[in-house]
Structure formats: structure tokens, C-alpha cells
Design a protein around this ligand. Structure first.
Ligand SMILES: *Cc1c(COP(=O)(O)O)cnc(C)c1O
Length: 398
């Protein structure tokens, strides 16, 4: 099928919930993807921070093929070698002790929220059920994570929402202090708000949160679904501030495209869960965990976090050149290869102009161009992106 044929069929049979661009992707290689008409695109969306190793990475493809031929699934009624190995790699390379695997970011956050509530009961405070999250956050699309998401527009039409959530402005310490009370069991936030427009948390705010949570035995949860696994220039974004949460959630890049999510917890908090408290049929199955292991091996061996930090600095300097040229760019934000270019106008026309020139770019929060390419993009690919963005901005401003 070509693009047009796939789209016609898709409009007939697929639930109409995505704002899709009118192309169908059929193949990927490194930092490039190809549509059904054979057009080639430089991918600065990277499956929304999923394709950290680029497309069709041989190590991931090999791990998936070999594991598929050996054992795809057997159930968590039994121990599974790839799951145990991936849990070990994650725990040994982070500040956490125990890992639970699910199938998505939303599920990872859902599990983290359940554990936080259970922990309050475990320490003898059943009355603590309230969770504080941030305005403009994004935590997923299930009912609880949708409720945790601090954006009214996503809540609309899905009431009644899950009870027990309060929102405060991001990085607003006085507002947070005012919101905490005897019922608070958890505070959840993204170290860099991704969907909300690429807004990093202030290190001082994170330190204040950590101290408050320590004083009151509140569970601090970092949603690193987008920021985790090298994206911000460190393996995990919490390593920038040194503020270690009690629970960290992961997903997007973890499986290199295979659907996997995880939450990691310290032993102290993890002790609140007993057999039967949580579970998942597919969670941690051998196939996706083999992919995750391959991703982690490449990530650590090739220092992809370091590569992301260096390339992020380079892109920031090149974006600053564009900012000097185009006054519609009002700010450049972000860390590593999670970069936001704030425009003074809607970003959708720029996305279109880039697409026409063979570059995939994402716009979030209406007016923020979000750069989330593979972590191993080359200098030449970064330069190609900048020159296309330059010409796209020129067209849009005419
Ligand atoms: C993408 C994302 C999620 C949701 O992940 P899904 O896999 O789509 O459920 C949650 N939190 C953050 C920060 C995200 O970026």
C-alpha cells in the first residue's frame, strides 16, 4: 500500500483519536524513517523519545529475533531470566533496589501511585491518600494517570476523575507548601516537563521537595518516562540535581520501541507491596525485556547519555544562532536531547514546513518545538536539521 491507501483504510478502521500527519511510516534506519511512498525523513521526533538508539538498531533487532525464537512469554507465575537481568541492570545503575515491569508509561505511573498509597497504610497512616502533582504535567491516559496529569483540557469529558489529586504550579515552592497536609501520601513530578513544553524543574525546588518528603515520610515520585535513559544527558534526569526520589518511573526509551514500562523503588517503600498487590500479564515478558537489555547494553557501552549531553550543547549553540536571526524564537530550553524552542506563535506551520523538507519535528503545548531525536545522532544530522529548520522558519515568517 502507498501513503494514500494506508490513510484511507486507517480512517475507516482506526479509532479517530490521533492528530496524524498524512504520511504512513513503513521502515526506519538509524536517524531516518521512510514512508510508504518511499520518502525519507530525518527523525527529530524519535517516536516521541522512544527511539533513543535510532531505528532498526542491530543489537535490538538481534535481541528481539533471538528471544522471539526462544521464548516470547511464559507468565509471572515463574521467574524469567531476561526480566531478572534487566531489573539487575536498572537497579545497579540507579539509586533504586526493586523494579516492576509493565507495558507503558501510564502503567508505570499507575503502579507508582498504587505503591505510594499502600506505603502510607504500611506505615500506619491510612488517612494519607492525597497525591500532589504539577500543573502542565503529563503522566498518561489511564483514569488515574489522566487525573494526575495537571491539564484541565485532558480531564474534560472523563469525569468523575479518580479522587485524591491536588495540583500546584510547577517550581512553586510556596504553593506546594500550602498544598501539603496531613492527608498527603505522595508528590509526583517530571524532572523536565516534556509534553507540557520542555520546562526543567529547578534544582532548589527538587531539594526542597526532598527535604519536605523526608520530614513527613511522603513518597517522592519522579516520572522519568520521557527524561530517563540518557535523554537529558545523564542516564536518569534525577542525577542532574542529585535529588533521589523514592520511586522513579520509566518507559519510552527502555525497550528501544518494544512496549515496556517500569517503576523502580527503594527497598524502604517497596516493602509496602505484598504478593497480590500488583501485577501484569505481559509486564516484564522475556521478549520486551530482551530488547530492554540490548538497549541498556548499548546505552552504557557507548555512553549515550554523554553523547546526548554533547550533542545537546551543540544543538543549543546552533539554535541560538537561529534565535539571533528570528525574533519569533523567544527561548531555548531543556537538557541533553530534550530541547524546547519556544515560539511566539503556533508551531504547527513550522512542523509542516519541516515535513515538506524531509524532517520530522514535534510541536507540544501549542508553540514549543520539541527536539527529541535519537541519542546517537551525528554532527552532520544535527547540521542537516538546523539548516532545514532555518529554511522552514524563513518560509513560515514570509
Ligand atoms: C509519554 C509519557 C507518559 C505516558 O506514557 P505511555 O507509554 O504513553 O502511557 C507518562 N509520563 C510522561 C512524562 C511521558 O512523557
Amino acid at each position: 500500500m502507498n501513503n494514500a491507501e494506508i490513510i484511507v483504510k486507517g480512517q475507516k478502521y482506526c479509532l479517530n483519536v490521533f492528530n496524524r500527519l498524512p504520511i504512513a511510516m513503513v521502515r526506519g534506519e538509524g536517524s531516518y524513517v521512510f514512508d510508504a511512498d518511499g520518502n525519507k525523513y530525518l527523525d527529530f521526533v524519535g517516536g516521541i523519545a522512544v527511539n533513543a538508539l535510532g531505528h532498526a538498531h542491530p543489537a535490538v533487532a538481534k535481541a528481539l529475533a533471538e528471544q522471539a525464537a526462544r521464548l516470547i512469554h511464559a507468565s509471572n507465575l515463574y521467574w524469567l531470566e531476561p526480566q531478572v537481568q534487566l531489573a539487575e541492570v536498572l537497579a545497579e545503575n540507579s539509586a533504586f533496589d526493586k523494579v516492576f515491569f509493565g507495558n507503558s508509561g501510564a502503567e508505570a505511573n499507575e503502579g507508582a501511585l498504587k505503591l505510594a498509597r499502600k506505603y502510607a497504610i504500611y506505615r500506619g497512616h491510612a488517612e494519607c491518600q492525597q497525591v500532589i502533582t504539577m500543573q502542565s504535567s503529563f503522566h498518561g491516559r489511564t483514569l488515574a494517570t489522566l487525573t494526575a496529569t495537571g491539564q484541565d483540557k485532558m480531564h474534560h469529558g472523563f469525569e468523575p476523575l479518580a479522587p485524591g489529586f491536588t495540583y500546584v504550579p510547577f517550581n512553586d515552592w510556596p504553593a506546594l507548601q500550602a498544598a501539603v497536609n496531613e492527608q498527603t501520601c505522595a508528590i509526583m513530578l517530571e524532572p523536565v516537563q516534556g509534553e507540557g513544553g520542555v520546562f526543567p524543574a529547578e534544582p532548589e525546588f527538587l531539594r526542597q521537595l526532598r527535604q519536605l518528603c523526608d520530614e513527613r515520610d511522603i513518597v517522592l515520585i519522579f516520572d522519568e518516562v520521557q527524561t530517563g535513559l540518557g535523554r537529558t544527558g545523564k542516564l536518569f534526569a534525577y542525577q542532574h540535581s542529585g535529588v533521589v526520589p523514592d520511586i522513579m518511573t520509566l518507559a519510552k526509551a527502555l525497550g528501544g520501541g518494544a512496549p515496556i514500562g517500569a517503576f523502580l523503588s527503594t527497598d524502604k517503600v517497596a516493602a509496602a507491596f505484598q504478593p497480590g498487590d500488583h501485577g501484569s500479564t505481559f509486564g516484564g515478558n522475556p521478549l520486551v525485556c530482551a530488547a530492554g537489555l540490548a538497549v541498556m547494553q548499548v546505552m552504557l557501552e557507548q555512553d549515550l547519555p554523554g553523547q546526548a549531553a554533547a550533542m545537546g550543547d551543540y544543538l543549543k549553540s546552533r539554535l541560538a544562532e537561529l534565535q539571533a536571526k528570528y525574533s519569533c524564537i523567544t527561548e531555548i530550553r531543556g537538557q541533553g536531547l530534550l530541547l524546547g524552542v519556544q515560539l511566539d506563535r503556533p508551531g504547527a506551520p513550522v512542523v509542516q514546513a519541516c515535513l515538506k523538507r524531509g524532517v520530522l519535528l514535534n510541536c507540544t503545548a501549542g508553540s514549543v518545538l520539541r527536539l527529541i531525536p535519537p541519542l546517537n545522532i551525528s554532527r552532520a544530522e544535527a547540521d542537516e536539521f538546523i539548516s532545514v529548520l532555518d529554511s522552514a522558519l524563513q518560509e513560515v515568517l514570509q
